[in-house]
Design a protein around this ligand. Sequence first.
Ligand code: SF4
Length: 440
Amino acid sequence: MDQDVAPKISFVSLGCPKALVDSERIITRLRAEGYELARKHDGADIVIVNTCGFLDSAKQESLSAIGEAMAENGKVIVTGCMGAEPEQIEREYPNVLSITGPQQYESVLDAVHRALPPVHNPHLDLLPPQGIKLTPRHYAYLKISEGCNNRCTFCIIPKLRGDLVSRQANDVLREAENLVNAGVKELLVVSQDTSAYGVDLKYATSPWKDREVQARFLDLARELGELGAWVRLQYVYPYPHVDDVIPLMGGNILPYLDIPFQHASPDVLKRMKRPAAQDKTLARIKRWREQCPDLTLRSTFIVGFPGETEADFQYLLDWLDEAQLDRVGCFKYEPVAGATSNVLDGTVPDEIKTARWNALMARQQKISAQRLKRKVGTRQQVIIDEVGPSVSKGRSKADAPQIDGAVYVASRRPLKVGEIVTAKIERADEYDLHGSVTGF
Ligand code: SF4
């Protein structure tokens, strides 16, 4: 290889925002060592595939991404969730260079160094402090812990990623501050179980600025809110201490909670072994909304879990009517190899799963549309994601990137990506809002 030319790596990142953060960390390190990213497999010196192994369909997607990389390039390093169980990959693609599991950054880097030694170039080795981001520059995912202490029966993440390991508060805050200094306007706090943050550290304190900060959900949220960017809390379980975060919302801590409830029927929740499953959830939602009327609640649900009866499903529909959630995603239960729910009795036939999925989506769509309509006539702050000639696409505080709806705003002056403007909402359709900019 010509020593003046930086070695090129093509990177495929599959899976959830958490996997994306892993990819960003690997890329940040590789860039620091002088590697360059290639746009295509063909022409790259090597390909890294960060896989997802959460559902069988995700495994299939990961396998075909590996196949594509093998066909187009032939030098392939596999990492990520699926790498925790390498047998299937080895069987189908015996010639991949290396397979490592999630968070094994050092092993991925070792594999890259072996196959493609770094070229020292003092100009290329420089790296902006925030690292190289795959997500747009104006928002960033902030991963506060790895793994999970829960044992939900349908999930193999604890098996793949192990028990909860939280980062020290000052480590998280330093990264967040770097991101904000580099122009990030919105921090998305992610982990498998965000509200359990710090339990494993026994809420240890660490020095930050002129004070000590505890590794505790509430303390971390408060400190993140001081940095000046929007802070969006995702994957929050409704443990009792979540109540204390609600009064912080309104400023930079967005009035938004993403709580994966998964079901409402106590019996199904018991079989799912969900954390913080309790019948007082509806009362708490009501209280949260009294305290913070603008609170947006997003959740996901699973229908057709083994043993889910018609009565359980009706209970869920009635619960949704009461809860009046703003945004809902729904999955049909899918057995995942290695999950303990696979041995539960009461498999729900596919046609019933589909019927329940349709019924839930139809019911929720009405609720979501009504809630969205209430915003017509209000003024909302909107962060701009994509700029158009006269209408730009953005999100209000109620919309997380990639999963929620958008706000389309007309503006007389050209807008910039990452700019936060005030818009008057003029109309709502099923998922999105439309309006015009009234303030900058
Ligand atoms: S909380 Fe449950 S679903 Fe979420 S990662 Fe942990 S075990 Fe899996």
